[in-house]
Structure formats: C-alpha cells, structure tokens
Design a protein around this ligand. Sequence first.
Ligand SMILES: NC(=O)c1ccc[n+]([C@@H]2O[C@H](COP(=O)([O-])OP(=O)(O)OC[C@H]3O[C@@H](n4cnc5c(N)ncnc54)[C@H](OP(=O)(O)O)[C@@H]3O)[C@@H](O)[C@H]2O)c1
Length: 304
Amino acid sequence: MSLKIAVIGAGGVGGYFGGRLAAAGHEVSLVARGEHLEALRRDGLTVTSVAGDFTVADARATDDTAEIGEVDFVLLGVKTWQLEPAIAALKPLIGSETAVITTQNGVDAPQQVADVVGREAVLPGAVEVIAFLDGPGRIRQIGGGKLTFAEWDNQPSARTESLRSALQDSGLTAVLARDVWTALWEKFLALASIGAIGTLTNSPYGALRARPAIRQLLEEAMTEVYQVGRAKGVQLEESVVAKEIAFIDQLPPEGTSSLQRDILAGRPSELEAWTGAVVRIGRETNTPTPVNNLLYQLAAAHQA
Ligand SMILES: NC(=O)c1ccc[n+]([C@@H]2O[C@H](COP(=O)([O-])OP(=O)(O)OC[C@H]3O[C@@H](n4cnc5c(N)ncnc54)[C@H](OP(=O)(O)O)[C@@H]3O)[C@@H](O)[C@H]2O)c1
C-alpha cells in the first residue's frame, strides 16, 4: 500500500528516511527551504549510502505544508532548536488518522508536538543512523537506518503496523518498541552524557573511554540521567548504565557526537535538549544532578 508522507526538515534523518520511502514508491513530500529546496525542485534528491546510492529524480518538494494537505504520516526531521516553527506548520497535514513521528534526540519532542496536535497524533521515535546533508539536494548516509517507535501508550495499532512494513519494504529497519519511552531514555542517557563530556574535552569516543577518570565521570553522569528518568516514571533498569557504557565502548574510536561537532564549530546545538533537559527535568522531579549541572554550565559557556 502506498502511503502519503510529509517530511518536515529533509536533512540527514529526514532526507535519508524520506528518500528511501520515496524510492520505494510512497508519495513523499519534502518540506525544505533555501538552496536545498531549489536543488530538490531542480535536480531531485540524491542519496549516497553505504546501503546503495539512489536518486529520486521527481522528488516532491515545497516550503508550504498547505500545498501538501492531509497525509498518513509526518516525519519530523528538524533539530530540537528548530521544532517550534516546524510544529506550527503541521496543521494542514493532520487528518483524523495522521501520525507525526518524532526523530529528535532528547526526550522532549513528543510532548512538544502533542501540545499542539494532541497525543493521539504522535508516534514517539528514536533513530539510529549516521547521515547528513552533503550539499543542496544531496544526502550522505554512512551507517545505520533504524527507527524504533510506538504509539504514545505503546499499544499496537493499524498505523504502526503499516509504517513498520513501509519502512522495512523500503530497505530500512523498523522496530515497534515494547516501551518507546524506555527506548528514548536509554538513548538519551548515553548521548547526553558522552555529548557534553566529548565537547568539554574535545576528544573522540576512543580517547574518552580509554581514560579511567573520564569513564568514571561518564558513569556518574549516566547514573544521574537514570535517576531522573526513574523519578519521571520511565521504566529504566539499573543495568542500563552498564549497558550504555558497553554501547559507547563499541562506537568507532574516531567518532564524536553531533553536539560536540556543532558546539566546537560555533553552530547552534541541541545542548538545551540534551544535558539542559537532564538538569531541567532533574529540577522538576527534585532529583539532584550535580554532575550534569556542571557539564551543562561549562558546555553552555563554551557555546556562548
Ligand atoms: N543525522 C543523524 O545521523 C541523526 C541520527 C540520530 C538522530 N538524529 C536526530 O535527528 C534530528 C534531526 O537531525 P539531522 O542531523 O537530520 O538534522 P539536519 O541534517 O540539520 O536536518 C534538519 C533539516 O531541517 C531543515 N529545517 C529546519 N527547520 C525547517 C523548517 N521550518 N522548514 C523546512 N526545513 C527546515 C534544516 O534546514 P536549514 O539548514 O535551512 O536549517 C535542515 O535541512 C536531531 O534531533 C538529531 O539529534 C540525527
């Protein structure tokens, strides 16, 4: 069955997932702007990928969601600090069965979207991919391609099933989470901690994890995120910290987080949605976060 899909923010995540779905025959509209939009209209979307290169020559692209109308799914592919105007543009896309899939790292995006369109229209999602905009109209993917998602209440539904099969049939990996909030927080716990520590030390994963004192700091930062998540009611196992340290141990030694790359390059970053959110939710739930407080203040000063 061909699905009607709108992608708001056709960058690394939106361009790669949207491109694969379009190449598989789904009716995908890319919401983009500037030179990227011009190139998409003129030349289509070109994807260079370790899973096989492809071009969507007749890519549908616009800067106006009203031109698209109601869709089955919206894939929200903007950065966390770009969410507000992107969410404001959702209205013309939403019908009674439409689902908006959040892909942002961090744990705030689903609620931010739900505040505008209602919980029943949101599928919280966590993405594993390494992909980026490689010039106007061009996406480069160098690893991964997996979306873990579920309905807000984790119950199975016809639309999560149709999304799962559409993703799988497009050459992507789709996982229906047993508890999508646990999945989001597990990723958040690892990423927020390594992101801030990597930024402050300007070091790649391999150098960070080789230093015992930094491993200890990482473990302390993650333990606070675990405690904040538990205080918020998220089903996290105590073993999650060891599990995520093991995850970091198998990342490429030369790798860095997007937070680190963005802050050190002087670009806007997702700091507020990562370590900033740990501190904020800690405060809201009366959970002490001294390590993350310090990491946040230092990284914010760096960014400023
Ligand atoms: N890339 C990855 O490998 C990856 C992996 C896992 C998770 N994530 C998460 O996924 C989210 C998206 O990251 P990303 O790396 O895909 O970001 P990205 O490459 O920067 O893509 C975002 C795109 O959205 C566009 N955009 C922003 N606001 C828009 C609007 N109102 N209308 C139209 N286009 C708009 C941006 O255009 P401008 O350039 O004009 O702003 C940009 O092209 C982040 O939360 C990130 O943490 C990313």
